[in-house]
Design a protein around this ligand. Structure first.
Ligand code: PLP
Length: 355
């Protein structure tokens, strides 16, 4: 759908019927949602699947899935009279919050762990004019502070503990069922604070209830090995991983994630940074999909299960949560660029190529 004819683009327009909107909710949009679902060109077989599809959440306006929930959370905050919002963030939540706050003309405070936010995400928070507080401590500590601060001061909390975030994010499950004509057999997704796996599970359950799907997928969540509290069954004090978006030691939606796993007959497993970077490179080199490291975790998990012969065919959807441009430093470290110098002439380029 276009912005010039018919229904405007955006989650609040396309999915109004399944969202907690009232007449007074501002119809905010940056054109989020309605992201492409693209069939895998090369990795299906390696994963032991009949079909593998990628949901390109990197195509959202600020480059991650966070926009789907943020548009609802910010619209509801404005409806309730908020003049400011706050979040703790590993980067993408702050990029998204800052964008929608700028759009509404309200203030945005972001609490980010010092030195641990990818360069592209930081650039967005700066560009959108948010008030950035680089805090000493990790994401989990920043979120605790944000929760208390927003209870004490007239500022709305827009982390995924805000139920409007989950409501907005569940729309991706509806889009998948619509595009495939049914739910997939498997959903593979990275797990950080666990809001997204919670939201997808809610979405798939509602799709079944509403007759939009004949069943639900097995939910397969993947944490980074150095930040895998749900896998270990206990919080991690000092989470570590190259995938900074899932560098979280005590997920706020822990219960939601384990419920999704258990009720769907799925799993939550850990993948190493090595496996994440292998999937990151395969996605770029074999699929033409440049994602940020966290987004490769779900594919890393499917590759592992495929190697172990545990996927048994079927149709899977992997959620590619964020754009590779968010984290240029990891790309620079992963690839030693093979750049040849040449004069800008036919002869110069031929000589450089040995033609
Ligand atoms: C936020 C985020 C995640 C993790 O999502 P949760 O809801 O915190 O589990 C994964 N990938 C990217 C790119 C993210 O921005």
């Amino acid at each position: 759908m276009s912005t010039t004819t018919g229904t405007p683009r955006g989650v609040l327009f396309q999915w109004a019927g399944i969202l907690p909107l009232t007449e007074r909710t501002p119809r905010l949009t940056l054109g989020e949602g309605d992201t492409p679902l693209v069939r895998s060109a090369a990795l299906e077989g390696l994963c032991g699947l009949d079909e593998l599809w990628f949901k390109l959440e990197s195509c959202n306006p600020t480059g991650s899935f966070k926009d789907r929930g943020m548009v609802v959370a910010v619209a509801k905050a404005v409806e309730a009279g908020a003049k400011a919002i706050m979040c703790a963030s590993t980067g993408n939540t702050s990029a998204s919050a800052a964008a929608y706050a700028a759009r509404c003309g309200i203030e945005c405070f972001v609490l980010v762990p010092g030195g641990k936010v990818a360069a592209g995400k930081m650039a967005q928070a700066v560009a959108f004019g948010s008030r950035i507080l680089e805090v000493e401590g990790n994401f989990d500590q920043a979120l605790n502070a944000a929760r208390e601060l927003t209870e004490k001061h007239p500022v709305a909390l827009v982390n995924s503990v805000n139920p409007h975030r989950i409501a907005g994010q569940k729309t991706a499950a509806f889009e998948i069922c619509e595009a495939l004509g049914d739910a997939p057999d498997v959903l593979a997704i990275p797990v950080g604070n666990a809001g997204n796996i919670t939201a997808y599970w809610k979405g798939f359950c509602e799709c079944t209830e509403l007759g939009r799907a004949s069943g639900h997928p097995r939910m397969m969540g993947f944490q980074a090995a150095g930040a895998a509290p749900i896998v270990h069954g206990a919080p991690i004090e000092q989470p570590q991983t190259v995938a900074t978006a899932i560098r979280i030691g005590n997920p706020a939606s822990w219960q939601g994630a384990t419920a999704a796993r258990d009720e769907s007959g799925g799993l939550i497993a850990a993948v190493t940074d090595e496996e994440i970077l292998e999937a990151y490179e395969l996605l770029a080199r074999r699929e033409g999909l440049f994602v940020e490291p966290a987004s490769a975790a779900g594919v890393a998990g499917l590759l592992r299960l495929g190697r172990e012969g545990r996927t048994r065919g079927g149709r899977a959807v992997a959620i590619l949560t964020g754009n590779g441009l968010k984290d240029p430093d990891t790309a620079a470290a992963q690839y030693s660029p093979d750049i040849t110098r040449a004069k800008a002439t036919v002869e110069g380029v031929e000589r450089a190529l040995g033609w």
